[in-house]
Design a protein around this ligand. Structure first.
Ligand code: MN
Length: 254
């Protein structure tokens, strides 16, 4: 099994190193990750300049681009041998609910899936203990699964792991994504040259976060696994929109 590892925290992230160490021996591992932190990059592709790939003494490769660039390049040209899996992470912080819209971690996995590969995004629900080893062990468990998992087209697994030692994990729960409240306001500050600057404010707290959601599972000490697919059509709205458009068109004819 050839496994491509990537992330959005950058090639020097301890989470990526822990993922590599946790999966060693499972197959052939290649690492292609951004040369710096690209958290919040979502599915951005760099289309306005060429990309530079550098190989580091530990064998990891970095790209001066986004997480999506990394997976795209790795699968589409950087290597002759094809990959069987993509794993993105271990992200330094949780990716719960609406986070995944912005997440570069989830985007790297999604790009793998878009290019035809089963993919996992894994994040640590960071409490300041940095138990990346626990999250790596969860990924290893998933990759070692005895039966192949059929998820359907364009589906990835979004995995969030509590920041505790392996023995303290309560179990694994299959969840749906919850939702967050509105984000907190932007934080203004003044730069040394007297100009106004802003930090993007913190994400909102979990609001739709009850039983069955990813928020709830990790709060209870469980690993949360959500099958996620990219299909942004609001299928339930198709017929009412059609009716509305038909009504408008027939009104015009009168
Ligand atoms: Mn990140």
């Amino acid at each position: 099994m050839r496994i491509l590892l990537s992330n959005d925290d950058g090639v020097h992230s301890p989470g990526l190193q822990a993922l590599y160490e946790g999966l060693e021996g499972l197959g052939e591992l290649e690492v292609v990750a951004p040369d710096r932190d690209h958290s919040g990059a979502s599915n951005a592709l760099t289309l306005n300049r060429p990309l530079t790939v550098e190989q580091h003494p530990n064998g990891f490769r970095s790209v001066d681009g986004t997480p999506t660039d990394c997976v795209h390049l790795a699968v589409n040209g950087l290597f002759k041998e094809p990959f069987d899996r993509v794993v993105s992470g271990i992200n330094t912080h949780a990716n719960l609910g609406d986070d995944i819209i912005y997440s570069g971690t989830v985007a790297a996995a999604t790009e793998g899936r878009n290019l035809g590969l089963p993919a996992i995004a894994v994040s640590l629900v960071n409490d300041g203990h940095f138990h990346y080893d626990t999250a790596a062990r969860v990924v290893r468990l998933l990759l070692e699964g005895r039966k192949p998992l059929a998820l359907g087209p364009r589906c990835i697994l979004n995995v969030n792991v509590p920041d505790v030692p392996w023995e303290d994990i309560a179990g694994i729960r299959v969840t749906r994504l919850g939702h967050r409240d509105l984000a907190e306001g932007a934080v203004p500050m003044t730069c040394p040259r007297g100009k106004e600057r802003y930090w993007i404010g913190a994400a909102g707290k979990g609001s739709d976060a009850g039983p069955g959601t990813d928020f709830h599972a990790v709060r209870e000490g469980y690993v949360s696994i959500t099958p996620v697919h990219v299909d942004m059509t609001r299928h339930e709205a198709l017929s009412s929109l059609r009716e509305w458009i038909d009504d408008m068109a027939s009104g015009e004819g009168q």
